[in-house]
Design a protein around this ligand. Structure first.
Ligand code: SF4
Length: 141
């Protein structure tokens, strides 16, 4: 098993600070990989990242909900080109640095999401995508 960061992630990055095996990477390029991603081959399932996420975006793989009830004004991010994900978002991360995203959607209260769709992209990021790109550790700090 592993832990999964879902599309509720808005790149806070606090999870990176607490991961004892440094297996969480900010997605890059951001428009294609808008979340942070967990390397499933390295994650030891300690659970430390879950309470660090201000967006409650992280779950154990078997607990990723298939019918998640969104809260009012909660946001979700998907890769560029995903229909409906065209909003501009400006926030700040765990370190107070600016986070700017352009592939976001604001959810309505009670909207139901199947977050299990977000499991495979986490695997793909390390198996087919950029994985541990050069400089990710500096970028995450
Ligand atoms: Fe890292 Fe532990 Fe989270 Fe796995 S569960 S990504 S090892 S903090």
């Amino acid at each position: 098993m592993t832990h999964i960061i879902t599309s509720l992630c808005l790149r806070d990055g606090g999870c990176v600070e607490v991961c004892p095996v440094e297996c969480i990477v900010p997605g890059m390029p951001q428009d294609q990989y808008p979340w942070y991603y967990i390397d499933p081959a390295t994650c030891i399932d300690c659970g430390a990242c879950i309470p660090e996420c201000p967006f409650e975006a992280i779950f154990t793989e078997d607990e990723v909900p298939d019918a998640y009830d969104a809260k009012a004004d909660q946001k979700q991010a998907k890769p560029a080109g995903t229909p409906g994900f065209t909003e501009h978002f400006e926030g700040s991360n765990h370190h107070g640095h600016a986070v700017v995203m352009d592939t976001v959607k604001t959810l309505t209260a009670g909207e139901t999401l199947n977050l299990r769709d977000d499991i495979q992209p986490n695997y793909d990021y390390f198996e087919k995508g950029p994985g541990y790109w050069d400089g990710w550790q500096q970028h995450a700090k």
